[in-house]
Ligand binder design. Structure first.
Ligand SMILES: [Zn+2]
Length: 141
């Protein structure tokens, strides 16, 4: 799968203001299709999810694709490759999302990695990194 447009997310929610300003709708080309499928699957399962909200006056702007030189997060974070998103749910806690995903992995076939929720108190980080464990990998950021 090489292309996918989410049903529930617009591009502003998934990139920084600088990336949107530089690329507009062509910023979709910078995001990984399988991670976008996973976003829609999470939205369908858990209800409304916020990634970024800068476009409506909110503070989140680096919860999806990040500028390569940002000081936020790890130097080679999956966020810099368009494959990671930090999800804030209106209806369920990060712990609830985390435990549901780990007990229903087949509902999210392209989700390969979660961050340990002990380190992410108000969001759920997922990505689709290419690893060789045969189950969802829970990493400490
Ligand atoms: Zn993250």
């Amino acid at each position: 799968m090489n292309t996918y447009r989410p049903e529930f997310f617009r591009i502003e929610e998934l990139v920084t203001p600088a990336i949107y300003s530089a690329r507009g709708e062509r910023a979709w080309e910078l995001l990984q299709a399988r991670a976008l499928v996973t976003l829609d699957q999470l939205r369908k399962r858990f209800g409304p999810i916020t990634v970024n909200n800068w476009h409506i006056g909110g503070a989140y702007k680096e919860s999806g694709l990040r500028d390569y030189n940002t000081p936020t997060g790890a130097a080679l974070s999956q966020h810099k490759f368009g494959g990671a998103f930090d999800c804030k749910s209106r209806n369920v806690t990060p712990e609830e999302m985390h435990s549901y995903i780990l007990s229903h992995p087949s509902e999210f076939p392209y989700l390969t990695t979660l961050e340990d929720v002990a380190y992410t108190p108000s969001w759920l980080h997922f990505d689709g990194r290419n690893h060789d464990r045969n189950q969802i990998w829970v990493v400490k950021p």
